[in-house]
Design a protein around this ligand. Sequence first.
Ligand SMILES: Cc1cc2nc3c(=O)[nH]c(=O)nc-3n(C[C@H](O)[C@H](O)[C@H](O)COP(=O)(O)OP(=O)(O)OC[C@H]3O[C@@H](n4cnc5c(N)ncnc54)[C@H](O)[C@@H]3O)c2cc1C
Length: 412
Amino acid sequence: MRTYDLVAVGAGIASASLVYNLLKQGFKGSILTLDRLDAVAQGPSAFSAGGFRNLWTTSINQQLCSRGIEILKGYKDEIGVSCGFKQTGYLFTYYAKAWERIPEAAKIWSDNGVNFELWTPQQIEAKIPGLKCGTDHIDPEVAEYLGFEPIVGGVFGNDCGAFDPSQAAVGYFEKAAAFANKPTVQLRTEAVKILFDASGRTEGVVIKDASGAEETVKAGIVALCAGPWTNELLERSGVPKEHRLPIINQKRMLFITDFPDQDPRWMDIPMTIIDQGIYFKEEAGNLMIGKARKDAPDSLETEFEPDYYVEEINLPMQERIPSVAVCKLKSGWASLYDTVTEDHNAILGWHEEYPGLLLQTGYSGHGAMESPAAGICLAELVITGKYQTIDCSPLRWGRFREKQLVHEKIVI
Ligand SMILES: Cc1cc2nc3c(=O)[nH]c(=O)nc-3n(C[C@H](O)[C@H](O)[C@H](O)COP(=O)(O)OP(=O)(O)OC[C@H]3O[C@@H](n4cnc5c(N)ncnc54)[C@H](O)[C@@H]3O)c2cc1C
């Protein structure tokens, strides 16, 4: 029977960062990383917009992301390959009522040393070609139908931007392979169930390869980096509902259109968030546009729906930026958020009821940017027994039953 010190289920960016940082910090044990897909980082990590920002209202998200930005900035020097890091900023735009609440958030950002600027409508219009902050150019009936109001201000996060999470994950795994005790990465292999002893301690994992052959692998630590498939694995492992995780899986889509015109400013636009939560950024010389469907059902279904762009995005987008009317939808895709229903934040650290079960899941749409720093912190927890770089204990599993939720107000 094969025995490992740690088995990581999932080979997305979360697992990649954990595995690399364990080895970097001197973990001497043996590691097996499993993924049921054909290559590493082929799940949601590959379909992410890859945005990173430190504009958050909760201290833990700010800390993880500020640290994450430093890591991504130095990623090429440390790992030896690019992760597509582009620090073009984030621009949140606001109507009058929401703008009134910005001083409260701005105080939190200032207190935490977050770099940001408050922008006037003129500054916003100068940055985003063709965007009109007012509503005078819109038919009043259309404006009312869309619930449009004038944009009265914006928050620009100078340190924010975007990167390629799957490229970053591949780089982490390649760098991990350079260590003497390099991890075994086993693809096309599913974790069928996690094994626990009578006291709940993690004992191993039953795995199944592409031929259907099952094998039991012993492991004292199982790191659950399985994203949206976390609860189904826990259920198959016999973990009762009250000890599973408050995660639902929600389809999220991204749409690629061409630029409306040749204005060179498009290449440097920040990740921009406008009316109804529509967000867009530059992506390989095109526009990448997204909008979360409100109350998307709990499902693992990921069929791409071009009609969603036509019905939910096209009209508001072109009313706010009239030149966008000529843009053509070129492609797009659908993938999943593992959304924590209670407070929209990740679940990190040991599962208090199952010693040896390490959680890194429920990232709720911000796992690409948070896992580079979270991997460092979780590696510290495994090796030294406590967090050192950032105290991630506010994100522990136990916060749900203790009612110590970490409510984040800026979620896209
Ligand atoms: C459209 C979209 C846009 C996004 N935009 C952003 C963004 O701008 N910024 C940001 O920070 N985040 C964003 N995210 C979220 C981000 O992509 C995720 O939080 C992050 O990729 C999570 O990484 P992960 O490694 O935890 O999980 P995943 O990438 O989901 O990887 C989990 C892996 O586990 C494997 N797996 C699961 N169960 C098993 C099993 N039983 N056996 C074997 N393998 C298993 C899966 O095959 C998968 O490869 C976005 C997500 C989507 C879908």
